[in-house]
Design a protein around this ligand. Structure first.
Ligand code: CMC
Length: 432
């Protein structure tokens, strides 16, 4: 059978472009030679129709609400796995056997501490510094503190990959806990020999004289939350990581760029905005209609936060899992949260509204994640840095794909120039 191709005709010239089919049947037209053969480029603002890479990490079918990591459905991982195991799967491609899991956990444990010199970076920040602002700069400093793991030479950096990857995951978690302590004027708490999630809660909530006592329900909920954020295909921050990596940059620097990209309110920052919206509905004592009405105005700054997605035209499967988990976590912890009822009512109202129905806008992962974090005692301004802990494995796995691809090119999109055509330089006395 002949390999499928795509034909386009431009300026009277017929071009035949090869077609690529992914392992789940995803179709793409291979346009790598388009400009060379025709003089044209594809215009695709926001890259919604552009495949920037081949990747074997995560499969996402936005029309049918499907998300799989390395082939495993997110629903199964959420039920049977935990964050550390899923991180290993995403980074290394297979579920770990007992020995691999133990080695990986040990590497995470051994690399949790933040050295005394690096701790001094914190002192330069005001206590009111936004957590994401702190996280971006402290994560990028890893390349300065561990230059032997961050040489900007892929061959060398890949030799040290296992250590650098464990360091990135473990230290981002410690840095996040330290940001919380610093901003609350509390002493830093050093990591202990505890499982990943418990160690985080210990670094957040222990006192120097009273150790935090792990609560199984809290540990489970935190694991679920981090696991559900672990990777999400070519989202804004992951694409940023790949773009920076494509220049030959080391893992830490590439990840730091991802943290910056995550901070925006349309990406990781949405979880904070959702909570502020729910709180405002609660405080004003209304039914949220004003947010729905405002969102329908078409302005980007008034969007219904936690709703819609760049690729899902269906329920975000993570939102389904997290929405259900909210009820369970609150019940298990014997807590109630009026914001959960507000969120459910708002969801129902939006799902009945033609504006949202016709545009296929459904709740995304950020709609309910804040309720769980609140139940765990994590303040709202820390939500986006929590997302960053979760997303680290995805960034790392994507960096590795770029670094390992010996045929990869630097990411360098083109543009359609719409500025002033050529003109001649004018001296100062001739300018208006
Ligand atoms: N509220 C109101 N209108 C919306 C919303 C929303 N939340 N999301 C999309 N729309 C509108 C959009 O204005 C467009 O309208 P029109 O056709 O009249 O121009 C239409 O729906 C289609 O938008 P789209 O092309 O699906 O959206 P996009 O790809 O430009 O943006 C998004 C995707 C996630 C940035 C957007 O849905 C949004 O701003 N949502 C709120 C912020 C949010 O919750 N972000 C978290 C995303 S999931 C986790 C993560 O990635 O970090």
């Amino acid at each position: 059978m002949q390999a499928p191709t795509a034909q386009i005709k431009v300026d009277g010239k017929e071009l035949t472009l090869p077609v690529m089919i992914g392992s789940e049947g995803e179709k793409a037209i291979d346009a790598r030679n388009l400009r060379k053969d025709s003089g044209y480029i594809f215009y695709d603002q926001g890259y919604g129709n552009t495949g920037s890479c081949e990747s074997a990490i995560t499969y996402l079918d936005g029309d049918n609400g499907i998300l799989r990591h390395r082939g495993y459905p997110i629903e199964q991982l959420a039920t049977y796995s935990d964050y550390v195991e899923t991180a290993y799967l995403i980074i290394y491609g297979e579920l770990p056997n007992a020995k691999q899991r133990q080695q990986f956990s040990r590497r995470l444990r051994d690399n949790a501490a933040i050295g005394t010199q690096m701790q001094r970076i914190f002192e330069g920040f005001p206590e009111s510094a936004p957590p994401m602002g702190m996280l971006t700069s402290i994560v990028s400093s890893l390349a300065a503190y561990y230059p032997e793991l961050a040489t900007n030479n892929f061959e060398k950096d890949l030799q040290n990959f296992d250590l650098a990857a464990a360091m990135a995951i473990s230290k981002i978690r410690s840095i996040v806990a330290m940001i919380y302590r610093y901003r609350h004027g509390l002493p830093f708490i050093h990591p202990r020999d505890l499982p990943f999630a418990d160690n985080f809660l210990h670094m957040m909530f222990s006192d120097p004289y009273v150790a935090y006592q792990p609560i199984p329900e809290v540990t489970r909920a935190l694991n679920l939350l981090l696991l559900l954020h672990a990777d999400h295909e070519q989202n804004c921050s992951t694409s940023t990581v790949r773009m920076v990596a494509s220049s030959g940059a080391n893992l830490f620097t590439s990840i730091a760029a991802g943290v910056c990209a995550l901070s925006g309110p349309l990406h990781g920052g949405a979880n904070v905005a959702v909570m502020q919206m729910l709180q405002s509905i609660h405080d004003e004592g209304d039914d949220g209609t004003r947010f729905i009405q405002a969102a329908k105005g078409g302005s980007k700054s008034n969007r219904l936060m936690g709703f819609g997605h760049a690729v899902y035209r269906n329920f975000d499967p993570r939102a389904r899992i997290i929405g259900k988990a909210c009820d369970e976590v609150l019940t298990r912890l014997g807590k109630s949260d009026p914001l959960l009822d507000i969120a459910k009512n708002l969801e129902q109202a939006a799902l009945k509204d033609d504006y949202f129905v016709s545009r296929k806008l459904y709740p995304n992962v950020d709609f309910y994640s804040g309720i769980i974090m609140r139940a765990l005692g994590i303040p709202t301004d820390m939500f986006t840095v929590m997302f960053a802990i979760g997303r680290a494995p995805g960034w790392i796995a994507n960096w590795k794909e770029v670094a390992s691809n010996t045929k990869g090119r630097i990411y360098r999109p083109r543009q359609v120039y719409v500025g002033t055509p050529k003109r001649d330089y004018t001296s100062m006395d001739q300018r208006a």
